[in-house]
Design a protein around this ligand. Structure first.
Ligand code: AMP
Ligand code: MG
Length: 396
């Protein structure tokens, strides 16, 4: 058996980076990977502005009583005021530019206004309640680095510096095939011995989350010729061909022979649970990935091995999630001979609870869980021990 870290390292070493770049409008950039650094053309904020609704004034004026000020102007967001002179304050609103001659803003909650004059009930420091120009972003600085996966925060930031489009890595084209004569599509009736094809939907969804464009080739029969034919077609126009099932070495597993016939294949027995059978190879220039058939095995293998591979192909820099040390609220008495990824979730005490059924076909475990415990081979767990918790949210 191949250990997990070696398998991952092999996969990452085989991940050729996509170099083609396309430019997309901001709203089309969600889930995509930034291809080039983005440099801010402007300062943000672009000018000193008020962080509060209140009164802009000069603090030196406090030293010379009376400390009430003549309200000489009103500046709303989007307007520009005029120069303040000694003894004057400007009524000002959040986001409005600080007028020349002011160096602090008194928030309105500490002010009282009588007959066009404002009295400020507390002393202020120079710069109080002022957001300085360039305080968040300095012009010419890199605000988003190439290899960043783009989401709401990154897209909002790009908009905040006035950038309307982003250069992104062209999406990976992935062909997806499900093997298994027992598989039936949801919506159809089940015959004797049949099951619904769940991997097709789970894996397709995972691929989309990673920004891949998926072509679904449906179910391929457990037959050597049929598998060869469909793999040949699927590999033609895609960066990656992915199958689920049929990758063990049983008589009904034809993926291995088919990929070996069309290209080259490494069949790995990875020392991980759920998981184990996993195949990586090439058909021409197209990567081949064979996931295990058991739904939880294919899901977890995807998260732990295929996800990093697909992100690396897209040039993503942050691909390996960090686990958190948390307290286990359960016992795990039997040490395994493979590294295990237990389905768990956090309880109200912030401790990790175990889903009771850890079988590789128990898809309810993935729904119940919010994380995986990464348990090295040969280890047991007693309640109270610190375990390595990987949040599923970090594996999207
Ligand atoms: P295999 O690797 O083809 O021997 O499949 C292992 C187990 O996973 C068997 O119980 C299969 O019925 C099941 N399985 C394979 N493919 C799928 C699928 N697409 N959806 C749900 N279960 C599957
Ligand atoms: Mg099968």
């Amino acid at each position: 058996m191949l250990d997990f870290d070696t398998a991952l390292a092999n996969l990452l070493a085989a991940a050729r980076r996509i170099t083609e770049v396309e430019t997309v409008p901001l709203l089309a950039a969600n889930g995509r990977v930034l291809a080039q650094d983005i440099v801010a053309p402007i300062d943000v904020p672009g000018f000193d502005n008020s962080a509060m609704d209140g009164y802009a004034l000069h603090i030196a004026d406090f030293a010379a009583p009376p400390t009430d000020f003549l309200i000489s102007q009103r500046i709303a967001a989007g307007e520009v005021g005029t120069n303040l002179v000694t003894g004057e304050a400007a009524r000002i609103f959040t986001g409005a530019p600080i007028p020349a001659g002011a160096n602090a803003v008194a928030m309105q909650e500490v002010c009282s206004v009588v007959y066009g004059r404002v009295t400020v009930a507390m002393s202020l420091k120079n710069g109080a309640n002022i957001r300085r120009a360039g305080e968040d972003i300095a012009a010419k600085s890199v605000v988003l680095a190439a290899g960043t996966r783009l989401g709401a925060a990154e897209i909002g930031l790009a908009a905040s510096i006035g950038v309307p489009t982003l250069p992104v890595v062209r999406p990976l084209k992935v062909a997806l095939l499900s093997t298994g004569d027992e598989l039936v599509e949801p919506g159809a009736d089940l015959g004797a011995g049949q099951i619904y094809n769940s991997n097709r939907y789970a894996i397709n969804t995972l691929l989309q989350t990673l920004g891949c464009v998926v072509t679904d080739f449906g179910i391929v029969a457990d037959d050597r010729e049929a598998t060869i034919e469909l793999l040949k077609t699927a590999s033609a126009e895609h960066d990656v061909v992915m199958t689920s099932g049929g990758v063990s070495v049983g008589e009904e597993d034809h993926v291995k022979a088919a990929v070996e016939y069309l290209g080259k294949l490494d069949l790995w027995k990875i020392a991980m649970k759920p998981g184990k059978p996993f195949a990586h190879g090439r058909i021409g220039e197209t990567d081949f990935i064979g996931l295990p058939g058991n739904p939880v095995s294919s899901y977890v293998t995807f998260l732990m091995l295929v996800r990093p591979f697909l992100l690396a192909r897209q040039g993503v820099t942050a691909i390996t999630p960090t686990s958190l040390p948390l307290i286990a609220a359960f016992d795990w008495k039997k040490a395994g001979d493979r590294r295990e990824f237990l389905r768990v979730r956090l309880n109200n005490a912030g401790q990790v609870e175990l889903f009771p059924r850890q079988g590789s076909g128990v898809l309810t475990s993935m729904v119940w869980s919010d994380g995986l415990v990464d348990l090295p081979a040969g280890q047991t767990i007693a309640a109270g021990d610190v375990v390595a918790y990987l949040p599923l949210s970090a594996l999207c």
